[in-house]
Write a protein that binds this ligand. Structure first.
Ligand code: AMP
Length: 269
């Protein structure tokens, strides 16, 4: 039975034992979230899912107001995946004093890639992640590689600030045709959905190349006619790309009014 709580006091009072795993979400759950919940269920004794659309990580012109909310279906998925506790606080419970004055500085990487196009986004993300880690007192936290820069910055925060939690990355779950699952995919019209396949195709074909130039040229060719925010090759920690060895190819693009991101690991030789 999944218990649903909305307040920090109820969260603190919930009985638990053993290793606690947390999956943080903004709701509108899909099979990508289910993969995180399943990994947490397999590795932890007590699984908490948080559902919170964090205003701090949305810019003034972003989709906070229209972000999809499907709470009953989300709780049903949590039930089906064996989640012990859902923590779904209202905004006032997370930010009782209004906007926090002290926030987490994501450092230089926070201003690159996604951060260049979404100023303040990663300070908002890291601040809420740290708050939710402290509130849930989780031993392990599960994040998707779909948001690879977010995962990288969370790992870095945990390392740099000595946060006592294990961070586990979970590979991206995709539709059979390659489109990475995202709560924002529901905004796409049929024509836009077809167009959005360029992103995963660019990553797949670019990712099959073995030199930096070939990777970028092949991926860029697949994105012709698409409104690309960035297409970048980096090392696995999102520093400058290596000449050989493991690397990460990341893309963000606007399809109509919907902004999509995706990434893939690859090997350079
Ligand atoms: P969100 O609700 O979009 O904030 O995402 C919550 C968590 O689910 C984050 O750790 C995401 O990286 C992860 N996630 C979202 N989409 C996917 C996906 N297609 N595959 C794997 N994880 C995902």
């Amino acid at each position: 039975m999944t218990e649903v709580v909305n307040t920090r006091n109820a969260l603190f009072e919930a009985k638990r034992s053993g290793k606690t795993g947390v999956v943080m979400t903004m709701g509108a759950l899909h099979a990508g979230h289910a993969a995180l919940l399943r990994t947490a269920r397999a590795q932890a004794d007590f699984v908490i899912a948080t559902i919170f659309v964090n205003p701090l990580q949305f810019g003034p012109n972003e989709d906070l107001a229209r972000y999809p909310r499907t709470f009953d279906a989300d709780v049903a998925m949590c039930e089906a995946e064996g989640v012990d506790l859902v923590f779904a606080p209202p905004v006032e419970e997370m930010y009782p004093g209004g906007q926090p004055v002290v926030t987490v500085d994501p450092g230089p990487l926070g201003g690159q890639l996604e951060g260049e196009h979404r100023p303040g986004h990663f300070a908002g993300v890291l601040t809420v992640v740290l708050k939710l880690l402290n509130l849930t007192r989780a031993d392990a936290a599960y994040f998707g590689e779909k948001d690879y820069q977010q995962l990288t910055l969370i790992r870095r925060m945990v390392r740099d600030l000595e946060v006592p939690v294990e961070i586990v990355g979970v590979p991206t779950v995709r539709e059979p045709d390659g489109l990475a699952l995202s709560s924002r995919n529901r905004y796409l019209s049929d024509a836009e959905r077809d167009l959005s396949l360029s992103l995963s195709r660019a990553l797949r074909r670019g990712g099959a190349q073995r030199t930096v130039d070939a990777v970028l040229a092949t991926a860029a060719a697949e994105l012709a006619g698409i409104d690309v925010d960035y297409l970048e090759l980096r090392d696995p920690e999102l520093g400058a790309p290596p000449a050989q060895g493991s690397a990460r190819l990341l893309v963000a693009a606007r399809i109509g009014t919907t902004r999509l991101i995706d990434n893939t690991p690859l090997e350079l030789s």
